[in-house]
Design a protein around this ligand. Structure first.
Ligand code: ADP
Ligand code: MG
Length: 330
């Protein structure tokens, strides 16, 4: 059974950056206002995510890393969003099957925190009292220590640190009221350091730089027609002065970072037709739609999603972008 669990866990946590994504989402779900990430050896030696969120209650620690343990199952809408986002209560459990997990946490009003370690879905011993300030720190050490082929493949390829930095940049321009930082173990400076703001453009400027931010335009779509599609989109898209070697597409659907290949290609087509010289755009886009409109047929642990009424949605977004680009070009 341990082997089966490990294989399943290795599907959920495919590489260091997938663990970081799960930990960031948990920190955001815990209403954190600051999240910092520390990475050693591309995440294979250490991934540490510290937040100042609401913490984990002492009585929840023993079952925290059992599969299907989740505190996010209270409402009916949650049931729908579980379906839409694939899985619930699998991430932390999975990490304990493929790495050494240490959780340090303190909840509001407590004088001290607790630290617990987990292996193969089980807490190793009683939580130990310890000093803690606010929130939760989760450490994953020696990821894939028990999956030698996976570890070798990862060690032989370029390490995940740039992917982790890229991921945090994406989170930082969506969750703009949260401070994010990311640092390599031993480095004096953080590679990402975003400060909470109320302006999306400020966030993009601080994360991606002035050269990106000064060439962006805001674009919005709001559709409320039950017979065709219900969705809202708002985003920032680059203009004709933004020239890059490849497209940057940061897409959040219902506040979850996802990929949608069909939408990405559709946007590239509009740029190629309208601004051939700037055909590799920078796109930040946030789409909100009823959770039941996200298709569940896609593999749950993949980021790729497809949407109900996808063609209609894509067409509306394409025409909004096209008219923005034409207006700016006149
Ligand atoms: P899910 O997020 O789908 O509920 P996870 O395995 O990612 O499942 O996490 C399990 C549970 O652990 C969460 O439901 C939450 O209650 C708790 N948890 C995990 N990380 C944190 C955190 N940083 N702060 C507070 N609670 C957390
Ligand atoms: Mg989670």
């Amino acid at each position: 059974e341990a082997v089966v669990n490990r294989i399943a866990a290795g599907e959920v946590i495919q590489r260091p950056v997938s663990a970081v994504k799960e930990l960031l989402e948990n920190s955001i779900d815990a209403d954190s206002s600051s999240i910092s990430v520390l990475v050693k050896d591309g995440g294979l030696k250490l991934i540490q995510v510290s937040d100042d969120g609401h913490g984990i209650r002492y009585e929840d620690l023993p079952i925290l890393c059992e599969r299907h343990t989740t505190s996010k199952l209270s409402k009916f809408e949650d049931l729908l969003s579980i379906k839409s986002m694939g899985f619930r209560g699998e991430a932390l459990a999975s990490m304990t099957y493929v790495g050494h997990v240490t959780v340090t946490t303190i909840t509001k009003g407590q004088l001290h925190g607790y630290r617990a370690t987990y292996k193969d879905g089980v807490m190793e011993h009683e939580p130990k009292a310890c000093a803690a300030v606010k929130g939760t720190q989760i450490m994953i050490e020696n990821l894939f220590y028990n999956m030698s082929a996976r570890r070798k493949t990862l060690q032989n390829s370029a390490d995940d640190y740039p992917k982790i930095v890229d991921l945090i940049c994406r989170f930082a321009i969506h969750h703009i009221s949260v401070n994010f930082s990311c640092r390599k173990h031993g480095a004096a400076r953080a590679d990402v350091h975003s400060v909470a703001t109320s302006s999306r453009l400020d966030a993009i400027r601080s994360v991606y730089g002035v050269s990106v931010a000064q060439n962006l335009m805001e674009v919005e779509v709001s559709e409320d027609d039950p017979s065709s599609s219900i969705f809202e989109m708002d985003g920032f898209i680059s203009n004709s002065n933004y020239i890059a070697k490849k497209i940057t597409m940061v897409l959040f659907i219902n506040d979850r970072l996802v990929e949608c290949g069909a939408l990405k290609r559709a946007i590239e087509i509009v740029y190629a037709a309208t601004l051939p010289k700037a055909s590799k755009p920078f796109i930040y886009m946030s789409i909100k739609l009823p959770p039941e409109h996200i298709d569940v047929n896609v593999h749950p642990t993949k980021r790729e999603v497809s949407l109900l009424n996808q063609e209609v949605i894509i067409e509306k977004i394409q025409s909004a972008i096209e008219s923005k680009l034409r207006n700016s070009n006149d």
